[in-house]
Design a protein around this ligand. Structure first.
Ligand code: QAP
Ligand code: CO
Length: 171
């Protein structure tokens, strides 16, 4: 099932998500629906709050060397916690909740993450490159933050101006 994606400046996007406590069929259905929605909207990452559920749940599904997005490469990450991080990397980010806008953001280049899968099994895993960036981007959603909040003052002003113009054009 395809869910509606909340778009900036929807106020729910600022809400702090809560830990998943029930690793049951209701959670599995939500994760399945989030996956369908993410693929339909041509995203590589999605947090539950972006479809209106304030749960510490996120998906990441990067494309492989051939540019294909395969479900076997899907990460379902619940109740994540960054144990270690180091380095710095800048990447041109986008977000399904800020469609059509992309800008450079700096994040840690390498992270060590603890998380749970859909069955409640705990994992510890190290990530780098795009996967590390995606995890940090999605974890910001869990705390009610968007990548545009990390822009410089001038870039943020440029964004707000472009966004207002776009809303007017749509109206
Ligand atoms: C988060 O972002 C992310 O503007 C996932 O019109 C960002 O999937 C992970 C998208 C950067 C790693 C690096 C954005 C789709 C998708 C748009 C996305 C759009 C259509 C964004
Ligand atoms: Co996002």
């Amino acid at each position: 099932m395809i869910l509606e994606i909340l778009v900036y400046p929807h106020k729910l996007l600022r809400e702090k998500s809560k830990d998943v406590t029930a690793f049951d069929s209701t959670l599995h259905t939500l994760l399945d629906n989030m996956y369908d929605t993410m693929v339909f909207k041509e995203g590589i990452g999605l947090a539950a709050i972006q479809v209106g559920f304030p749960l510490n749940a996120l998906l990441i599904n990067l494309v492989d060397e051939e540019g294909l997005q395969k479900k076997e490469n899907l990460y379902e990450i619940l109740n994540p916690e960054i144990l270690e991080k180091d380095g710095a990397v800048v990447y041109q980010e986008g977000c399904l909740s800020v469609p059509g806008y992309y800008d450079e953001v700096e994040r840690a280049a390498h992270i060590k993450l603890a998380y749970y899968d859909r069955y409640g099994q705990r994992h510890e895993e190290e990530f780098r490159d795009l996967m590390a960036i995606a995890v940090q981007h999605e974890m910001d959603h869990l705390r009610g933050h968007l990548f545009i909040e990390k822009l410089s003052y001038l870039k943020r002003k440029k964004f707000e101006k472009e966004w207002k113009k776009k809303q007017k054009e749509k109206a």
